[in-house]
Design a protein around this ligand. Sequence first.
Ligand SMILES: Cc1cc2ncn([C@H]3O[C@H](COP(=O)(O)O)[C@@H](O)[C@H]3O)c2cc1C
Ligand SMILES: O=C(O)c1cccnc1
Length: 368
Amino acid sequence: MLENTIAAIGPLDESAMTAARQLQARLTKPAGSLGALEELSVRLAGLAGSCPPPVPDRAAVAIFAGDHGVHAQRVSPWPQEVTGQMVANFLAGGAVVNAFARQAGASVTVIDVGVAAPLPVADVAGPDGAGTLHGAPEPAVPRLVSTPIRAGTRDMTVTAAMTRQEARTAVEVGIANAGKLVDAGAGILLTGDMGIANTTPAAALIAAFTGVDAAEATGRGTGVDDPTYQHKIEVVRAALRRHTPDPADPLGVLAAVGGLEHAALTGFVLGAAARRVPVLLDGVIAVSAALAAAAFAPDSVAAMVAGHRSAEPGATVALRRLGLTPLIDLGLRLGEGTGALLALPVVTGAVRVLHEVATFDSAGVAEK
Ligand SMILES: Cc1cc2ncn([C@H]3O[C@H](COP(=O)(O)O)[C@@H](O)[C@H]3O)c2cc1C
Ligand SMILES: O=C(O)c1cccnc1
């Protein structure tokens, strides 16, 4: 499945992009006045192979959840059980991602690729547990997809986080879920993540794929103090020294220093690119996975839209390498898919312009 997906990923359609540029020039606004939205609309036309491209409606956020053996190195102040507890919170509709998904009208799917604790989902009451909704579209009930690959990764400072086969299975779970959501009608996919300690493998992936030092790729995650931050950098450095991952072998990099949700997100991005559907990236976990996707298939970058600039320094390193400019920059450092959801109306707006705005000719507006 991985090889077929990579083979299906191709470049943008130049003629659709030319048509979109020409249409932008005829719309009733000064040329270039929509800034980054104009180039985004052109790129989405190239991705869809049509002008205008479809409005990216029926947005779907996929939250890949997993645990991390490297948690044993005390790289996060939070106990590992929080991963499963937050999954239950997502399913009950009570997390920040749920509030933003209701606002954006996006569906929420949680995919368990390796949460260590048994999920306490039997107690989940449903979306009404989230309290009163104010004027939001009726929320789709968050769904759980249960495809655990192992009960968390191994500790990457001791051994490879995953076998190559486990990493491949996780990538393929991501591809399969992208395909299922697109088949169900999603016009845009959004990345989400949950996994206590997952900013540590994200930093290791970013250092491995870009070659920056561990100190540049590593951030404070949920908010570690100064001594823990220095220790976290050393943990990332030790893992890289142990495995010397080869950036030309993305499956090997994911297996050595990645996480189950990072690998699944890699597949999710590849799956979106293969189906020529845009994938809106969230924060540092998403962009670390996007680097792996770009290593598998350089053309997959054409399907990626950077939702926001995470406060994690590694995110900026990764975005620079991918050549992506984030749509919003609000100092967020939460994950879950929250930054991607906030950026969704920007993407929808960029495409809606091509569908709905009058031309100088049709509206009888004089040109300069
Ligand atoms: C209550 C809570 C909700 C979260 N939602 C996302 N994350 C985020 O924080 C975690 C990564 O940070 P670190 O590497 O420092 O552990 C991930 O689970 C990520 O999704 C959360 C973290 C917590 C504690
Ligand atoms: O950028 C993110 O997505 C992020 C940052 C800190 C903690 N968890 C996620």
